[in-house]
Design a protein. Structure first.
Length: 502
């Protein structure tokens, strides 16, 4: 098959079992061999000096695809390490581990996607592969690879125990007065959704925390209880109920491979999306006053105001965790103090952690702060008590009906930008870096409602986010936009026309 069709951003992803299978054992073997050759090529070294660690999440296709990747790496002449079940961040940390240090790593995962889908994430010492890097791996995989003719070694190297100790040390160092039980007195409910993160509860328990009420810790690649996804309502409701039932101080939830996370407070209140960004921003701005926080483009006006009040600069950028991270790295290289890149999806990358998007690192950082605050009879929620929440918030997906969807989408965005410049009461956002973001003065207020219309990176869809600080404001905004777009060809506005023409 055409391997380029499996590219999803900077990852490989596709159906891995059942009808329509495209991510087969042979394809993964081919990509494993290509990645080993890519590393040799990039470093100017012999393939025999290349070693690649491979881990997987709990999906049912994980074991066979991990074995296939290792076979491809070994067939290319590089050494392969079978790390078994791992988290995505741990597979990058493996490269940095002084006692291990493979020259690259692969994680077999499809994040929060359904059980029948799987994928591959690739890492070198510089971090996750970018879009162009992955194109090179695919090109190598599509070529007639020259294999070594002599299969190299495949060695078992379980890495989660090493990664777990890194997190444990982080907690002990962050709470030095706590001795061997630095989390004693803190009650945390852990919900990894039957993904790869079940070990986290035992780790917290070993450091003195009570983890009673934790749920779905056992890996199960069919995900029988709920989707492991911090953005999923059912998943968040489940962990919220568990926290309230257990009377815990907080709950934590991970996606399948633990590069994303969210928390809930003692009342079961979700702290994800804008709240999560506000919380970690408030903590980091205590250490880095005046710093810049890079987020994706759909963050709220209330969050921007919160970051300003906390002494920081809010920098909105394009959606996509790789985009946000790369921009934060660029800003730091330009001399701008930027300790955090974070998406509303829960991808969070901190400078002190090499800008690795690591949900467990984020949660561990928050748990340390929660323990410190508990000793002062305070909670994490107190840090975001003055975060202004929108009265209304919604997202719509407008389908593009033309095969040339990118040109249609860009034409629509250009049209909205031109009209917004001339229409009274339409204010184009000064930090408009993706699509078109326009704010409005609603019901005698000022800058209290907005929409963002953008083009999906991969799909023939235009996501439309709309938010208002006043009841009924979304409808006012959507009416204005619908009247502007209703004559535009090639875009399905039925989701809006139902509101205004029924």
């Amino acid at each position: 098959m055409e391997l380029q069709a499996l590219k999803s951003g900077s990852d490989i992803r596709g159906v891995a079992t059942g009808d329509g299978t495209v991510l087969t054992v042979s394809v993964v073997k081919q990509l494993g061999a290509a990645f080993a050759q890519y590393i040799a090529e990039q470093n100017g070294i012999s393939i025999r000096k290349v070693s690649v660690a491979v881990g997987r999440d709990s999906r049912i296709t994980g074991p066979s695809l991990l074995a296939a990747a290792c076979e491809g790496i070994a067939a290319a002449g590089a050494k392969a390490y079978d790390c078994g079940m791992c988290t995505t961040p741990s597979m990058y940390m493996a490269i940095l581990s002084p006692d291990f240090r493979p020259t690259g790593s692969i994680m077999i995962t499809a994040s929060h996607h359904p059980w029948n889908i799987n994928g591959m994430k690739f890492f070198t010492e510089r971090g996750g592969l970018g879009y162009a890097d992955l194109d090179r791996v695919i090109k190598l995989a599509n070529s007639n690879l020259t294999l070594s003719g002599e299969t190299a070694e495949i060695e078992s190297y379980p890495f989660i125990p090493v990664y777990r100790e890194l997190l444990s040390s982080m907690i002990r160092n962050g709470l030095p007065s706590g001795g061997d039980q630095p989390l004693s007195g803190l009650h945390v409910v852990v919900d990894p959704g039957n993904g790869a993160g079940g070990f986290y509860a035992d780790m917290l328990n070993s450091l003195g925390a009570c983890t009673d009420g934790s749920q779905f810790l056992e890996p199960d690649g069919m995900f029988p209880n709920h989707v492991p996804n911090p953005e999923n309502k059912e998943a968040m409701d489940s962990v919220s109920q568990a926290v309230r039932k257990a009377g815990a101080d907080l709950g934590v939830i991970f996606d399948t491979d633990c590069d994303r996370a969210a928390i809930v407070d003692a009342d079961g209140r979700e702290i994800n999306r804008n709240r999560l960004i506000a919380l970690i921003s408030a903590i980091l701005l205590e250490k880095h006053p005046g710093a810049t926080i890079v987020t994706d483009s759909v963050t709220s006006s209330g969050l921007a105001a919160f970051i300003r009040r906390s002494g920081g600069i809010h920098y909105r950028y394009k959606r996509g965790y790789r985009n946000v991270i790369d921009e934060a790295v660029r800003l730091n290289e330009a001399g701008i103090d930027c300790p955090l890149a974070i998406e509303t999806s829960g991808h969070a990358a901190m400078r002190e952690n090499r800008f690795l998007d690591d949900g467990m690192y984020l949660v561990t950082y928050l748990i340390i702060r929660a323990m410190q605050l508990k000793r002062q009879n305070q909670t994490l929620s107190s840090l975001i008590a003055d975060l202004k929440e929108p009265a209304e918030s919604a997202e719509y997906r407008l389908k593009i009906l033309d095969l040339d969807f990118r040109n249609i989408g860009n034409h629509v965005i250009g049209c909205v930008l031109r009209e917004a410049e001339r229409l009274d009461g339409w204010h184009i956002a000064p930090d408009n870096r993706e699509g078109v973001r326009v704010s409005f003065d609603l019901k005698d207020g000022t800058d209290n409602g907005w929409f963002l219309l953008r083009l999906s990176v991969h799909d023939p869809v235009m996501p439309l986010n709309v938010e208002s600080d006043v009841e009924g404001g979304n409808r006012i905004i959507l009416r204005k936009l619908y009247d502007l777009l209703r004559e535009q060809p090639g875009i399905d506005l039925s989701v809006l026309s139902k509101m205004f023409e029924s």
